[in-house]
Design a protein. Structure first.
Length: 119
């Protein structure tokens, strides 16, 4: 099997699952502040509604996931998904504090019952 080369200006999944994810978490407020305009644009344009079920791919430490969960309400559901275990752990803590969503790692995502997708 051939290993896929990651271009020099891109990070690999292994980077995010390790040192890069840890670095992001160590500077969370700064990084989340930098991407806040993107999150605000997402929230204003996505028009999440009560009762919706949302998967937040690349949820990081869960800041956006928590806001989405507030918008979909208790009848909705948000599933945060990220490759970095340390970021998911932070997202789980945020989810517990806000009591609004479920987070997991990409490698640990459970398959819904009745799913046709392979595990």
């Amino acid at each position: 099997m051939t290993k896929v080369q990651t271009p020099a200006n891109q990070m690999s999944a292994e980077d995010w699952a390790g040192a890069t994810g840890d670095r992001w978490l160590a500077h969370l407020a700064r990084f989340e502040g930098m991407i806040a305009p993107v999150g605000e644009a997402l929230m204003s344009n996505a028009a999440y509604a009560k009762g919706e079920r949302v998967i937040d791919v690349g949820c990081g430490a869960g800041g956006t996931s928590v806001e989405i969960a507030r918008r979909v309400g208790s009848s909705g559901e948000v599933f945060g998904l990220d490759i970095s275990r340390s970021l998911i752990d932070a997202a789980i803590r945020r989810a517990r504090d806000a009591n609004v969503l479920t987070c997991n790692s990409t490698g640990l995502m459970p398959q819904p019952s009745g799913s046709r997708d392979p595990p």
